[in-house]
Design a protein around this ligand. Structure first.
Ligand code: CA
Length: 397
């Protein structure tokens, strides 16, 4: 019953709702949406300085002058790598953005939402220096996404190994987040690439979360033998992570845009092995036997572009919470799972003080700060001086 209540709650941007947010009590999910449901999508939420002052953190600019920073990873406490969507892996060392990229890809396609996207470190990076990237390219006939592994030599990459060069892509719904799970396997999110009619066929790579070994081979214990699919029925998932210390996986997913279903319906899902998440048969609050319903639904759209569990003690109130950046929503959301049953979402809130335009990746730093990137240069934002930027949330001093 409680879950039904969660599903029925349409999140609406509105000042009215915002004023009812109590930063740490997080009761939005239980509020009666009735009085709010007539608000229009264009309504703006304004960040309240009063609320931000009450919070236990500060937000600082970390780097600026980037172009659509899609993925952020730390290779050491001093060195960050950032994928810029138009094709460069940038190095930020001791807080300084280096002019020379680690690599610039010459075969990138970045005409719409696609481009240089996912970036992940091998679980044994400290010893083997392996990194993994995903990017869209034109294979001569059509767009596709490559997942490629390289050795990071500090100021260049070598030892290229292509894991996939055939993940379906389009200018829209091209995925493609990469992250290693606690099982040491590489997980890859793929979009429906505009072919939603075939997502339900498990024998293709459209609208899936894939799971492979770090060399691209298929693990023996995948749900279907010889198949890289871990879950299916996704429209365009772009954020995955695992509740700290468990194998419980959360994912964010973009809902329909009007042309392919009623607008909104963005999702937070708890991903289970072999699960079918419904697209395109069901979306929003609809359910169907054999398909997993979302833990949270956001209407109107917030456009969730990332996903990260926070595991540090640095900001104690955030420990074991799930965070994701929102493009259209111009926000970071904080999702609070039930600590006794982390597969269940207790509540969520919009993080106070985040008012920097479109937000894309969210990453935990080795220092316990939460780093996040703006995405105002992606063609849909309003570009501010110094964009795009990476910010960080640190405990209030
Ligand atoms: Ca779904």
């Amino acid at each position: 019953m409680k879950k039904n209540n969660l599903l029925k709650f349409p999140f609406i941007f509105s000042m009215f709702l915002f004023l009812n947010i109590n930063m740490l009590s997080c009761k939005q999910v239980n509020e009666d949406p009735g009085a709010l449901s007539e608000k229009k999508e264009g309504d703006k939420t304004e960040v309240s300085n009063v609320a931000a002052e009450k919070s236990g953190y500060d937000i600082e600019v970390f780097t600026e002058g980037l172009y659509v920073p899609w993925s952020i990873v730390f290779t050491s406490p001093e060195r960050m790598l950032v994928n810029e969507r138009n094709g460069k892996i940038r190095i930020i060392e001791n807080g300084v953005l280096k002019a020379e990229p680690l690599k610039e890809f010459s075969d990138i396609s970045s005409g719409g939402e696609e481009g240089l996207m996912g970036l992940a470190l091998d679980p044994d990076y400290v010893n083997n220096k392996l990194i993994y990237v995903s990017y869209a390219f034109d294979n001569g006939d059509e767009l596709a996404v490559k997942v490629v592994r390289y050795k990071d030599n500090g100021d260049n990459l070598s030892d290229e190994k292509i894991l996939f060069d055939n993940i379906p892509a389009e200018r829209y719904h091209a995925g493609c987040r990469l992250r290693f799970g606690p099982d040491g396997k590489l997980y890859i999110t793929t979009g429906d690439a505009g072919e939603r009619g075939i997502v339900q066929d498990k024998n293709n790579l459209y609208g899936k979360i894939l799971r492979v070994n770090s060399d691209g081979t298929i693990p023996q214990d995948n749900p279907f033998p010889g198949n890289p699919m871990w879950s299916t029925g996704h429209r365009n998932p772009q954020g995955i992570d695992w509740y700290p210390g468990t194998d419980i996986m959360y994912s964010t997913e973009h809902g329909p845009s009007g042309f392919d279903g009623p607008g909104g319906g963005d999702e937070v899902n708890v991903i289970v092995k072999g699960g079918n998440y419904g697209w395109p048969e069901v979306s929003h609050e609809q359910s169907m036997e054999g398909m997993v319903s979302p833990a949270l639904v956001f209407t109107p759209a917030v456009a969730p572009a990332s996903g990260m569990f926070y595991s540090s003690d640095s900001i104690p109130e955030f420990k074991n919470n799930f965070f994701f950046g929102c493009l259209r929503g111009n926000a970071i959301y904080r999702v609070i799972p039930d600590e006794n049953n982390p597969s269940k979402v207790n509540s969520f809130e919009k993080l106070d003080g985040v008012d920097f335009g479109r937000i894309r990746d969210v990453a935990q730093g080795p220092d316990g700060a939460i780093y996040f990137s703006s995405s105002n240069k992606d063609g849909r934002g309003s570009v501010k001086k110094g964009d795009d930027k990476i910010y960080r949330i640190v405990k209030k001093k």
